[in-house]
Design a binder for this molecule. Structure first.
Ligand code: NAI
Ligand code: 15L
Length: 268
């Protein structure tokens, strides 16, 4: 049976807020968790991923978890260790203890951020490309993917690791023309990841069907994902403002873009 009751971690964040709006239309009954309270959602659980008891209670009786919580930019190793590495471990342990069988993990393009971006007729980057994290943040996503594989092999908990590009209402840079995932396509992809059968541990890239795409969406499509959006309609304006990507600019050389050179820092 398709999962219906889904715990959404990171529900107060940007992507969590978008998905709180979009996923109920697919029939999900969402349970919400974040370390920050959510003003308009008094029933949301306010808990830290470090709190195993709270996580057990949060996952109890759910069919699946959409795990978005964590530090979403670069930070110190200690903060990343606690929120993203230990936090994701605690979530998997809670799922194991409570018998939850499916997790959709918000990985990131920054797990492979130092991969040179394709140019010209270069082939698209496959999901099997060696991981090349561009930050401690990307390193934590790389760990999360390994953790997911381990919990499948050892405990039979399935995961779809989604290496999200940039999921925002609109692309705001020329790089994002390649990596953008529209919120509507994000909901389509998460729905596919929650419902596809026999996923074991599957890694997919998370983006729309962009004209300037850098990576291969085959493993995402194999889950039943059919992207409908393309960032290209934003290209004329963004290129007029910012110019095309410059082959000589180190900020433009890799999938991870400026995360490789001067990553944005988590403000808390
Ligand atoms: P965000 O920073 O807006 O949201 C993350 C949420 O996690 C925040 O509400 C924060 O309070 C919560 N959180 C942080 N530490 C926590 C802890 N210890 N316990 C409980 N909650 C905690 O980030 P955004 O953009 O919504 O991203 C969501 C997820 O998707 C993150 O894991 C991020 O790494 C990943 N991602 C997002 C991308 C995007 O384009 N938005 C791209 C690639 C990955
Ligand atoms: C990420 O992993 C970040 O969480 C998000 O805020 C964006 O910066 C995105 O990558 C990106 O690469 O644009």
């Amino acid at each position: 049976p398709a999962p219906r009751t889904v715990l959404l971690t990171g529900a107060a964040g940007g992507l969590g807020t978008l998905m709180r709006g979009l996923l109920p239309a697919y029939g999900y009954d969402l349970r919400l968790l974040d370390i920050r309270p959510i003003d308009d959602e008094p029933r949301a659980l306010t808990a830290d991923l470090a709190d195993r008891d709270a996580l057990r209670e949060a996952v109890r009786g759910t069919d699946a978890v959409l795990h978005l919580a964590g530090i979403s930019l670069e930070s110190t190793f200690d903060k990343i260790l606690k929120a993203n590495i230990e936090g994701t471990y605690h979530l998997y342990e809670a799922a194991r203890e409570e018998g939850v069988r499916r997790i959709v993990f918000a990985s990131s393009n920054h797990a492979v951020g130092f991969t040179p971006r394709p140019r010209g007729d270069d082939p698209l980057i496959p999901v099997g490309t060696p991981r090349r994290p561009d930050t401690f943040y990307g390193l934590s996503k790389s760990f999360g993917e390994d953790l997911a594989q381990f919990y499948w092999d050892k405990h039979g908990i399935e995961t779809v690791s989604v290496r999200i590009g940039s999921c925002f209402p609109e692309p705001t840079s020329v790089r994002m023309l390649s990596v953008w995932m529209s919120p509507d396509d994000g909901a389509r992809l998460f729905h596919a990841a929650l419902t596809a059968e026999d996923v074991r541990h599957t890694v997919v890239y998370g983006s729309s069907a962009n004209t300037r795409l850098w990576w291969d969406l085959a493993s995402a499509r194999a889950l039943g994902y059919e992207p409908r959006d393309d960032s290209e309609r934003y290209a004329p304006k963004l290129i007029a403002e910012q110019g095309e990507l410059d082959p000589a600019n180190p900020d433009h050389a890799h999938l991870g873009g400026h995360f490789c050179t001067n990553p944005p820092v988590w403000p808390y």
